[in-house]
Design a protein. Sequence first.
Length: 244
Amino acid sequence: MATYVLIHDTWHTGKALEPTASLLGEAGHRVDTPTVAGNRPGDPKTVGLDDAIRSIADYLAEQNLTDVILLGHGYGGMIITGVADRLAERIRRLVYWNAFVPNNGESLNDMAVYVRLCTAQRGDGSITLPFKIWRETFINDVDRETAQKAYDTLVPHPEKTLWIKSRSRPIQRTWSWINRSSTTPTMPGCRIGIRGIRSCRENWVCSVWCKRPAAMNCVFRMVQLTVNLRLGADQRSWLFRCLF
């Protein structure tokens, strides 16, 4: 069975991914959902991107995890890129789920102008996301009650992690890039064709984590299948289209 480590988006913690992790665990896989430094209870909000990346690299080392399928969602793409740079020998595959894929020298804010426009500073080094922006941009395919419930779980996010530039070297690894919902504009950082990433386009946005964990479980099983069978890009895309 596989070892998965799932990395959350901005304003989230690992708890957001626990329903998906539980289903994968029932299938016999090991699934970890650590919270990135700066988003954990009691963490200072002055941490930078290096601190955030190091927290997950340290987690993999402390847990002695190897042959890892490491997935990042949104901001999690910045984290897994840095972790793979530091601990490439522990990574089996990187999966970018509607995630930012930085080139060397790029920050998340370089790729996503909306981050500078839709956040509110709190005076402690963190920023928050207004509910209106959350509802209209990040989770626009669910009812208001579900959107509010998900919003209530968000935490202030350390602003420096969004401004500091990635310093990751090109790595020879197998990558999957799972695309956005057709109802959400493509984020500039969510790109195909850099760093050798192979894509699987799917029709979901952030709400899939809270609304359809069973569907996410199917996606991860398909990712594992494509790894085991060493399928080509066209075959992988065909499998995802058939499943959904």
